[in-house]
Design a protein around this ligand. Structure first.
Ligand code: C2E
Ligand code: MG
Ligand code: MG
Length: 722
């Protein structure tokens, strides 16, 4: 049992924390120790009681030895006939017939002696005659002292004495009596010393066995030398109290016997209790540990983002306030992924999740131990302590470079960017966490507004622009709800026939306070705030309704955010159905920038739109970074050369070559070309000669309301172009 017990205890000790293990073990051991002490005391008391009882019984037996020999001798010594046959003249035959016959032969006493007045043995009997000379009890001083004492006793009483003595190395039990008359019929002169009758018996182990019959003492024996201290002893003394020998025996120990029987049970119980207690403790601790772990998990969940494992906004806030409370001047980098919403829409949420996880991992790599949090959606934050604030610029650059690298999501490669707003916590005080986040947020919006994928540092001056943007955003929302946006149309002229063949729809917003807000200003706001889809749909529906009754072609701008919206196809189909506008007269203008990130997916969206029967034009060609490779993959119907390339026509020789090259490129892809921003006659001439099939610009007409369109078709203008 012990072999299997110790590994089990060791295992328990390992699993049960020492802090809890030892107190329980000590407590249990103390309890069982107390039980054992009580048992030991009880055992001892019971053993002592038994020993005392045995000693008392033996003492009584020893007394009865003396009593019996005295009793046996008494009647023979105080007897008229004894006086007559011993004290007057010794009649040895009478003694033999009357005394020895009974006491010696029948009772079995070993020696019977008669001493005369001068203590000479005048009669001797020995059951074993050889022992008589050896015994020499007649010269034993103890017996002679006894004889003297009994002679001095009054003869009318019972002059007799019994005791023990050691004679010649043997212990004897004896009785000494003066021979005196029982009645007054016989007298002994008072001055004549009495004769003495002696009865003696050897006390040895054989006799003790007989004595022990009733007592049943274990291993009772007589020891004349030094007693064995381990055994129980009773001293046998002479009449003076001198020790003659020891009666020794092994006392019975009922308490110890009982203890021996119950001890294994108690020890077993103790071990079982300790093990049970430890098991209960272990289970209890496991339960406590499980609760603690789940608490930790709950706390972790409350403070961490489940997807990326990064601390969440709540944790960010408490971290900022803790650092501000310490008087630290932390720097907060607040960032938003550029293009994430598009990617999420296009590739689905699972891909979006992978993008966020990968972005989080890159941020951690770039920030080397700084506090990185996911503030929500595609927003992240990096908090730098005051002593690391000087590294903010470097860290921003590292982050921008890291996020710019393509992300591999399954079969796709996605390119994203990140806009970072940077704010310092100087002078904000302990309660400034919200203000710090607000400032970093303002700076981040500024970065978005300034072209994205860059960083901006907060300065109070930014607040003004930010507030204006916020105000414009809410005003724009209200304007959409109140249907205050309207559309102007700019003519598009056929270079071959010199007539207006189409129009481009351009959205307009007249702000009640700020007047006309250019689309370059409010379209980015609409894109950032998620209002662009509503704006886009509004413009498309309006434009289709306005131009439906003419034979004109209609070009409508589609923002990149709109392009990547998964509802785009449905929205366009709905508007076409709703307005009854023929799809073959509709051309959607997209920009180069959206081709950069996901050319494959862009090709998919384009072919979806083309399947409705509408055409796709690439707007502002030359201002973005679209490569020939990208263009080749897309089925584009038209390329619109940006006004930046048209403006120098007629002034710069190379400008004409550029236009020729773009036209050649477009022709190679089976795409038509439109020259945008044509402001002069010569620009129109050159564009036409260069091969542009359509032209658009102030030279032909500025954007006007639908009702004014016809007035723009001035025949003079058109003939000039010809
Ligand atoms: P865009 O699509 O390239 O539109 C042409 C812009 O060039 C228009 O500016 C137009 O007024 C201007 N323009 C036309 N001819 C000339 C010219 O000869 N000289 C000069 N200097 N400019 C000329 P606008 O209306 O301010 O629009 C600016 C941009 O705003 C548009 O560029 C387009 O990207 C965006 N936008 C306008 N309306 C919408 C819309 O409904 N939806 C979307 N998504 N974007 C729109
Ligand atoms: Mg356009
Ligand atoms: Mg354009």
């Amino acid at each position: 049992m012990s072999l299997s017990l110790f590994p089990a205890i060791r295992l328990l000790c390992r699993t049960v924390n020492a802090r809890h293990f030892w107190p329980v073990v000590v407590l249990l051991l103390a309890c069982f120790g107390a039980v054992l002490v009580v048992l030991a005391v009880t055992t001892r008391a019971q053993d002592d009681l038994q020993a005392a009882q045995e000693t008392q019984a033996l003492q009584n037996a020893v007394q009865s030895l003396k009593h019996n020999i005295r009793h046996d001798l008494q009647d023979y010594a105080k007897w008229d006939d004894a006086v007559r046959h011993i004290s007057k003249n010794l009649d040895a035959d009478w003694v033999d017939d009357n005394v020895v016959a009974y006491l010696g032969r029948q009772q079995g006493y070993e020696q019977i002696l008669v001493l005369d007045a001068r203590n000479r043995a005048i009669f001797e009997f020995a059951r074993n005659p050889a022992e008589v000379s050896e015994a020499k009890i007649v010269s034993d001083p103890e017996l002679l002292r006894s004889a003297k004492r009994v002679r001095n006793m009054p003869r009318t009483g019972s002059p007799i004495e019994a005791g023990f003595s050691r004679v010649n190395g043997k212990l004897i039990n004896y009785a000494v009596a003066a021979v005196v008359p029982l009645t007054s019929k016989v007298t002994i002169p008072a001055n004549l010393p009495s004769h003495i009758l002696i009865l003696a018996d050897t006390v040895d182990n054989g006799k003790l066995a007989h004595l022990n019959e009733n007592l049943r003492l274990s291993d009772l024996r007589l020891t004349l030398g030094h007693p064995n201290a381990a055994l129980r002893s009773l001293a046998l003394t002479d009449t003076d109290g001198s020790v003659l020998g020891w009666l020794q025996w092994t006392p019975r120990r009922p308490g110890t016997d009982l203890l021996r029987r119950v001890a294994p049970i108690i020890i077993g119980l103790a071990i079982c209790s300790v093990l049970a207690a430890l098991l209960i403790l272990q289970n209890g601790l496991r339960a406590v540990e499980a609760v603690r772990q789940s608490e930790l998990r709950a706390r972790h969940h409350a403070d961490h983002d489940a997807l990326t494992g990064l601390p969440n906004r709540r944790a960010l806030l408490s971290r900022i306030s803790a650092q501000l409370a310490l008087g630290d001047d932390p720097t907060l980098l607040f960032m938003d992924m550029d293009g994430f919403k598009d990617a999420n829409d296009v590739y689905g949420h699972a891909a979006g999740d992978l993008l966020l996880k990968e972005a989080a991992a890159r941020l951690l790599l770039c920030t080397q131990g700084a506090f990185v949090a996911r503030a929500g959606g595609d927003e992240f934050a990096v908090l730098l302590s005051g002593d690391k604030s000087h590294e903010a610029d470097t860290i921003c650059e590292r982050i921008i470079d890291a996020v710019r690298l393509p992300f591999s999501i399954g079969h796709y490669t996605v390119t994203l960017g990140i806009s970072i707003g940077c704010a310092r916590g100087e002078m904000l005080g302990a309660e400034g966490q919200d203000e710090l986040i607000r400032r970093a947020d303002v700076a981040m919006y500024c970065a978005k507004n300034d072209g994205k994928n860059c960083k901006r540092i907060y300065a109070p001056a930014l607040d003004e622009g930010h507030l204006l943007r916020m105000k414009l955003e809410s005003d724009l929302r209200a304007a959409i709800e109140r249907d205050e946006l309207y559309v102007h149309f700019q003519p598009i002229v056929s270079a071959a026939h010199n007539i207006m063949v189409g129009v481009e729809a351009l959205v307009r917003w007249r702000h009640p306070e700020h007047g006309d807000v250019p689309p370059d200003v409010f379209i980015p706001i609409a894109e950032l705030s998620g209002l662009i889809n509503a704006v886009g749909k509004h413009v498309l529906r309006h434009a289709c309704l306005s131009v439906r009754e003419t034979a004109l072609e209609l070009a409508v701008n589609i923002s990149p955010v709109q392009f990547w919206d998964r509802n785009l196809l449905d929205d366009v189909r709905d508007v076409l159905q709703e307005t009854g506008f023929p799809p073959e007269r509709l051309e959607l203008e997209i920009t180069e920038s959206l081709l950069l990130r996901r050319p494959d997916k862009a090709a998919e969206v384009i072919s979806g739109l083309r399947s409705l029967g509408i055409r796709i034009a690439l707007d502002d060609f030359g201002t973005g970074y679209a490569s020939i490779g990208y263009l080749q993959r897309l089925k584009l119907d038209r390329i619109k050369i940006d006004k930046a390339f048209v403006a120098p026509l007629g002034n710069e020789e190379r400008a004409c070559e550029m236009i020729l090259s773009i036209v050649a490129l477009a022709n190679a892809f089976d795409a038509q070309v439109t020259a945008e921003g044509v402001e002069t006659e010569s620009q129109a001439q050159i564009a036409k000669v260069a091969g542009c099939s359509r032209m658009q610009g102030w030279y032909f007409g500025k954007p006007v309301a639908a009702g004014k369109l016809m007035t723009l078709l001035d025949p003079r203008l058109i003939s000039n172009v010809a």
